[in-house]
Every structure is written in structure tokens, then in C-alpha cells.
Design a protein around this ligand. Structure first.
Ligand SMILES: [Zn+2]
Length: 175
């Protein structure tokens, strides 16, 4: 399965339009709730970011409260991605992606699901249009200056690393 970039881009555009979101930070918790998920903030094992549970009567997104707020937002968005894009097992647990890759490189299909959920999360939390706007306003911005990336990351409620990954993905920063 290839990563469905276009589908994810359109899905994010639809969500931003449906909930009239025009600026960062994107209220991902509100969107997840509107999509029928209850969010449980819980103390989970340290390598667990979160989980998605769904059955006939309920949808629950679990988020590990041991992790920083920015990571909790990203986890919520990642699980929402699974909810909207994937028909998976009833309980899907997300362990730290880097750790999991080391343990298990055998299930290519599963890893594509994870990449899609991550792409969805990054696209929703850092919409392309919003970033374009912010970068346009900073015509001579030094992306690698001391202040710009941390300020933008704060505005979007994401980690600096997630922002850098997104800017690379969009071609603003070379890979
Ligand atoms: Zn996942």
C-alpha cells in the first residue's frame, strides 16, 4: 500500500473547512470529539504514546499523560488519523515508532498505516496553508535562526522536531 498523500491532504482540508479553523493552533481534541471519540488522558507505559479503541458503542482515544503536551496533541491527531483512515483491530496501541521499528520491521502494511497516521497528524496540526502564510509574512526569515522555529512550533502546539519534519516534507528545508 502506498501512502495516500492526496487523500490525507483533502481530508485535512475538509476538516479545517467543516470546523471553520483558520489559524493555529488547530483544536485537535475538539475535532476528535466531534468525530465521536472520547479522549482518555491516562498514565500509560512510557514507550506507549497512545491508543485507539473502537467497538460498536464507543470510540476512545487514549493519550499518555507522561509525555509533553506537544506530544499529547500529536498523539491525539495520530489516533484521529487511524480513526478516519484505517479499519484496524479493535484496540490499536501505538508504541514509540522508533522503538517499534527496531523491534519489528516485518509488517510493511502496518508501517504504512503508521506513516499515514503521522502524515495526517502533521498535516492537521501544521496545515500547509497556515505555514505558507506564516512563512510568507517572514519574507527574509532565517529558518535556522534562534527564534523562528521555536516560536512557530509554540504557535502550532507542536515540538520543534515535528515542525522541522513538516517543513522538510513541504520542501522548505532540504532533507
Ligand atoms: Zn499508530
Amino acid at each position: 500500500m502506498a501512502i495516500r498523500r492526496r487523500k490525507i491532504e483533502l481530508l485535512v482540508e475538509d476538516l479545517l473547512a467543516a470546523y471553520q479553523i483558520r489559524e493555529a493552533p488547530v483544536p485537535v481534541e475538539r475535532i476528535a470529539k466531534a468525530k465521536g471519540a472520547r479522549i482518555y488522558y491516562q498514565s500509560l507505559e512510557d514507550d506507549v504514546s497512545g491508543f485507539l479503541f473502537r467497538d460498536a458503542v464507543q470510540t476512545v482515544i487514549g493519550v499518555n499523560t507522561h509525555h509533553a503536551a506537544v506530544r499529547q496533541h500529536f498523539t491525539t491527531a495520530h489516533e484521529l488519523g487511524h480513526l478516519l483512515l484505517h479499519d484496524q483491530e479493535q484496540l490499536h496501541v501505538d508504541r514509540d515508532f522508533r522503538i517499534r521499528l527496531r523491534d519489528d520491521v516485518s509488517s510493511q502494511g502496518t508501517d504504512d498505516y503508521e506513516r499515514e497516521a503521522n502524515l495526517f497528524a502533521a498535516s492537521l496540526l501544521m496545515p500547509k496553508r497556515f505555514l505558507e502564510e506564516d512563512l510568507r509574512n517572514e519574507e527574509y526569515v532565517d529558518l535556522f535562526g534562534d527564534h523562528f522555529l521555536p516560536e512557530i512550533a509554540k504557535k502550532y502546539g507542536v515540538s520543534s522536531q515535528a515542525l522541522v519534519n513538516r517543513l522538510k516534507n513541504l520542501g522548505y528545508i532540504p532533507e
